[in-house]
Design a protein around this ligand. Structure first.
Ligand SMILES: [Zn+2]
Length: 241
């Protein structure tokens, strides 16, 4: 009996030691603030879980995100998971997702946000989730589309399928030096909907990582709305001011 207990204790010591060792080489860090996470925790520390600036847009038909589409495109509803804030936690998360290959950030935020939207009447009858496509060249370089990862997480929690129904055609040059009008004209030509039947008659949740001017999402929404009977809502990980 003593021997069994001793062996078990040794085994558990070894496990703790191995955990500590693997933590040394592959530290389990919070993806927003880089502090050590407790073993078995998720991708955010407790502090970030509470301090990340969530929006409550999903509760309101009209909100700062839907306002960006007024007079441009008819949305059913629109929401963003987080605001950008001075603390930089949201920026940090997006940086990890887009430039540090942390694909799990997209999926995990999608799951978090999906759990919230599942309870929101405005998003209850969504039929299909469609991510904003990346240019193929950019996707080859990055190896993945961050918006598609977010779509995957949302899909898992909302219990509705996701599909890359939109395609990106031409390359857009840097948007930064163009006027607002030029930017809108530029993106309008860029998206295609190869098979309108995929979205016909559906309530489509169009998703992207960040909304700034809304030009990209607007162009995508126009393409989707060209299919008969389609309705479009928008969800993003973050909203920039
Ligand atoms: Zn943290």
């Amino acid at each position: 009996m003593e021997t069994i207990r001793a062996t078990k204790k040794q085994a558990s010591n070894v496990r703790t030691w191995l955990d500590a060792l693997s933590n040394l080489f592959y530290p389990n860090l919070c993806l927003a603030c880089s502090k050590n996470l407790l073993p078995g925790g998720n991708f955010l520390c407790v502090s970030c879980t509470y301090k990340l600036p969530k929006t409550d847009f999903h509760l309101h038909q009209e909100n700062p995100l839907t306002e960006r589409f007024w007079g441009r495109v008819q949305l059913q509803a629109g929401t963003a998971c987080y605001h950008f804030s001075k603390s930089g936690r949201t920026q940090q998360l997006l940086h990890r997702l887009k430039y540090e290959g942390k694909k799990e950030v997209g999926i995990e935020i999608g799951k978090l946000h999906g759990s919230v939207l599942r309870e929101a009447p405005l998003f209850r009858d969504v039929d299909l989730i469609v991510p904003v496509p990346l240019h193929p060249k950019k996707q080859r370089l990055r190896g993945y589309n961050q918006s598609a990862l977010y779509a995957r997480g949302l899909s898992e929690r909302l219990g509705v399928p996701w599909q890359e129904a939109l395609k990106r055609t031409a390359y857009t040059d840097s948007q930064t030096r163009k006027s607002r009008m030029e930017r809108f004209a530029n993106v309008e030509k860029v998206f295609e909907l190869p098979s309108p039947d995929a979205v016909k008659g559906k309530h489509v949740l169009l998703v992207d990582d960040v909304i700034t001017t809304g030009a990209t999402l607007e162009a995508c929404a126009h393409r989707l709305l060209a299919a008969p009977g389609t309705r479009v809502s928008v969800a993003t990980i973050a909203i920039a001011n």
